[in-house]
Design a protein around this ligand. Structure first.
Ligand SMILES: Cc1cc2nc3c(=O)[nH]c(=O)nc-3n(C[C@H](O)[C@H](O)[C@H](O)COP(=O)(O)OP(=O)(O)OC[C@H]3O[C@@H](n4cnc5c(N)ncnc54)[C@H](O)[C@@H]3O)c2cc1C
Length: 412
């Protein structure tokens, strides 16, 4: 019987467990070891007094068939909720003013987020071919379109995904830039939040998951070992096994992010928070990356008489966030909301979740690091890596990559 150990119970590890159980059934002895007292990693939905605060992701796009199939296999399709179309308008905040992000060609023409010169550059850039993608996102967008498009449109968007620096992130961090364009897709979550999929998997595979189990080293020759932990954790685990692999993994940089949740009464604002929320370009030099109006986006995130906001702070441009206290983070979040919407009364509830190493950065050295990691891993029979620092950081990417890995293991 095949013995398989999965280390790490985030969405990557849990998905590998699901697919391996599905493919191998009782033909393999599979155990997942998770450090914390519950699985989920960065995914957790915290509930208090009728509101829901997401610690990590607040949704995923419905354009990844593997995700939708997994949800179906878990019996959760009926639990899906789509982001409200009335909350689709996103904003970018520059000099304290909220500019609507143009969502249509007509909207682009009317928009004052970009000058006429940049609008022309945007249209011209769509027809440019053979622009090299072996460069930073900033360089690529500046060359294909214009520096202002990189700074005003792409930078805040990348902040929202990676909490990253577009001058340091390699183009491969943003594969859709390479050409195919954007497929129309809609943001989704679950009625009980993103944590619902974690709970469903924990329940289904409870006999295979060992929580409160910190793995410090591995011996893959004893079977198959899948490391589904962040790169810095994988670096520690592989230190004795293969120092070169360990040192390479340790070079992957992570952005720090703090997530603050604020619950308000609906009449707390001089200006009602509308739409999806807003992102802030890094050249504004603010510690706030963006604000999401969760109760506009999804039903059930707060009582009908309340507004639930989620404020993201930190990122690669603000490493100092690491030394902030939770109280100060909360105070900064409240100040931001006051400045933007004008507060009449204080929040009813405040939550903070701090991730010192939140999101891996696919920086300029990423292609060579990835290659070196693959080379070294291939030399260790039975060892596999599966996590968001390889081939995509999104929830969808993690599931797709876990599925491919499980298929590859089964085929051996
Ligand atoms: C604030 C935030 C917001 C995000 N928003 C979105 C979003 O809206 N949409 C989206 O698609 N993506 C989003 N992401 C990205 C996405 O959530 C993550 O990339 C994904 O959840 C990572 O899953 P993972 O399983 O690879 O890693 P993790 O979730 O990091 O899981 C790794 C697990 O390994 C465990 N572990 C670590 N070391 C050990 C050890 N030694 N022994 C045993 N276990 C160990 C950890 O406890 C953890 O449970 C967001 C991420 C963050 C942080």
């Amino acid at each position: 019987m095949k013995r398989i150990s999965i280390i790490g119970g985030g969405i990557s590890g849990l998905s590998v467990l699901h697919y391996l159980k599905q493919q191998l059934g009782e033909a393999a002895d599979i155990t997942l070891f998770e450090r914390e007292d519950t699985a989920g990693g960065t995914i957790r939905s915290f509930k208090k007094d009728g509101c829901l605060f997401e610690w990590g992701p607040n949704g995923f796009l419905d354009n990844q068939p593997a995700t939708l199939q997994l949800i179906d296999e878990l019996g959760l399709t009926g639990q899906l909720i789509a982001a409200s179309p009335t909350a689709s308008q996103r904003y970018v905040q520059i000099d304290g003013r909220l500019y609507p992000v143009p969502m249509t060609p007509a909207g682009l023409i009317r928009s004052d987020l970009l000058s006429w010169r940049d609008k022309r550059a945007l249209i011209k850039g769509l027809f440019k071919r053979n622009v090299s993608t072996d460069c930073s996102i900033y360089e690529y967008v500046s060359r294909r379109f214009s520096p202002a498009i990189a700074e005003n449109l792409v930078d805040p968007f990348i902040s929202g995904v990676y909490a990253g620096d577009i001058e340091r992130l390699h183009c491969c961090a943003f594969p859709k830039l390479k050409g195919k364009g954007f497929k129309k897709s809609r943001l989704h979550s679950f009625k009980e939040g993103m944590g619902q999929i974690i709970q469903a998997m924990e329940e289904r595979y409870k006999n295979h998951i060992k929580t409160n189990s910190i793995v410090t080293s591995i011996r893959p020759e004893a079977g198959i070992t899948i490391l589904a932990v962040p790169a810095y954790a994988a670096a520690k685990i592989t230190a004795a096994l293969n120092p070169t692999l360990s040192e390479t993994l340790a070079q992957i940089v992570y952005a720090p992010v703090a997530v603050a949740g604020l619950l308000f009464k609906q009449d707390s604002f001089k200006r009602k928070p509308d739409g999806f929320g807003y992102l802030i370009p890094s050249r504004e030099h603010k510690e706030i990356l963006g604000v999401l109006i969760e109760s506009n986006v999804y039903d059930g995130r707060a009582d009908k008489t309340q507004v639930m906001l989620r404020i993201l702070l930190g990122g690669m441009h603000n490493p100092g966030i690491i030394s902030d206290t939770l109280e100060r983070i909360l105070a900064k979040a409240v100040k931001e909301i006051d400045t933007t919407y004008g507060l009449i009364s204080n929040p009813i509830e405040g939550f903070v979740k701090f991730w010192p190493q939140a999101i891996p950065q696919y920086e300029m050295n990423y292609p060579s690091l990835k290659y070196a990691i693959a080379q070294e891993t291939a030399q260790i029979p039975g060892l596999y890596l599966c996590a968001n620092y390889l081939d995509g950081v999104s929830f969808n990417d993690c599931i797709k990559n876990a599925r491919s890995l499980a298929l590859a293991i089964q085929a051996k």
